[in-house]
Write a protein that binds this ligand. Structure first.
Ligand code: RB5
Length: 149
């Protein structure tokens, strides 16, 4: 499994914790930044990670900002991306099983590191269940296609 990971300054510290966790587990990843606590704009890193995931360069992505909200809204503008904000483990497996979420978003200002790492593990170890959920995912793609220029 290979992951794309990114954050803005609001998620920089938690991104570092997640990266150490991935390294300890031997999970491959590319860090798209940000690389310091200097203020930056979350749509920039969201776009880079979302495009790479949508193009199939990575199996899944992880994006972190202060709340997980802005970076997820931005990522979801990229066709093919289904970014899910998760601050509990139920959401972390349900978004994979039902929504085939391909990017996990979290907020460093919302949750602690211990829970965040459990959410990461749950997200990475859960799989899409297909069946009726595939029909619904396809309807999301239909919405994207409807608004494509
Ligand atoms: C940055 O201050 C903050 O707005 C950002 O990290 C994020 O929480 C936005 O949704």
């Amino acid at each position: 499994m290979k992951l794309a990971i990114g954050s803005d300054h609001g998620g920089f510290r938690l991104k570092g914790e997640v990266i150490e966790h991935l390294k300890a587990k031997g999970i491959g990843f590319k860090d798209y930044g940000t690389f310091s606590e200097a203020s930056c704009d979350y749509p920039d890193v969201a776009t880079e990670v979302a495009e790479a995931v949508a193009q199939g360069e990575y199996d899944l992505g992880i994006l972190i900002c202060g709340t997980g909200i802005g970076i997820g809204i931005a990522a979801n503008k990229v066709p093919g991306v289904r970014a899910a904000l998760c601050h509990d483990t139920f959401s972390a497996h349900a978004c994979r099983e039902h929504n085939n979420a391909n990017i996990l978003t979290m907020g460093e200002r919302i949750i602690g590191t211990g829970l965040a790492l459990e959410i990461v593990d749950t997200f990475l170890n859960s799989n899409f269940e297909g069946d009726r959920h595939l029909r619904r995912i396809n309807k999301i793609a239909d919405i994207e296609n409807k608004y494509k220029k």
